[in-house]
Write a protein that binds this ligand. Structure first.
Ligand code: S3P
Length: 174
């Protein structure tokens, strides 16, 4: 990573594979991995679902902002952000200023095959129709597309996606 790029930040929709890809990438590049959602759960000693229930989405977003602000002061980390984090202006500005932001772009049709696995612990997917999920997906894409690098995940496995990212970063530097 160059001096201006303090960290790598993986962004994208819920269930795009950010956490699994991030872990693989951290192995390939030899950098520390931090999953922001997991860090929030550890700090709060509560699950994200409980935080949403007791503090609402705004309480969760506040925790997301303040923990990212604290953790992003460190360097040489690969962060995986929850799907809504990058929509927060403060987080987005910090990421775009001093990190390499990578959007894991998954087609909606491929994504929708994962809904049964995702719905259980994603408060924002509960009681939503397929059409409403697609609206959320589409409305977020514009923000995600501000990333420095967009990786089409297609039907790649997480290790293949991580390899693709590592190669792209390597070529960009060569
Ligand atoms: C959210 C995505 C989740 C988690 C929370 C809210 C969102 O993370 O942060 O449920 O707003 O898209 P994943 O993207 O890892 O599922």
């Amino acid at each position: 990573m160059s001096k201006v790029e303090r960290n790598i930040v993986l962004i994208g929709f819920m269930g795009a594979g950010k956490t699994t890809v991030g872990k693989e990438l951290s192995r390939i590049l030899g950098l520390r991995f931090v999953d922001l959602d997991q860090a929030i759960e550890e700090e709060a000693s509560q699950t994200i679902q409980t935080i949403f229930k007791t503090e609402g989405e705004s309480g969760f977003r506040k925790r997301e902002r303040s923990l990212f602000h604290k953790l992003s002061k460190q360097s040489d980390i690969i962060f995986s952000l929850g799907g809504g984090a990058f929509l927060q202006e403060e987080i987005q500005a910090t990421c775009l200023n001093d990190s390499l932001v990578i959007f894991l772009d998954i087609d909606f049709s491929i994504w929708s095959e994962r809904i049964p696995l995702l719905q259980k612990d994603r408060p924002l997917l509960q009681q939503k129709s397929l059409e409403e999920m697609k609206e959320l997906y589409t409305s977020r894409k514009q923000s995600y597309s501000k990333a420095h690098l967009i990786i089409q995940t297609g039907r790649l496995t997480p290790p293949q996606t991580a390899e693709k990212i590592a190669k792209t970063i390597h070529h960009a530097k060569a």
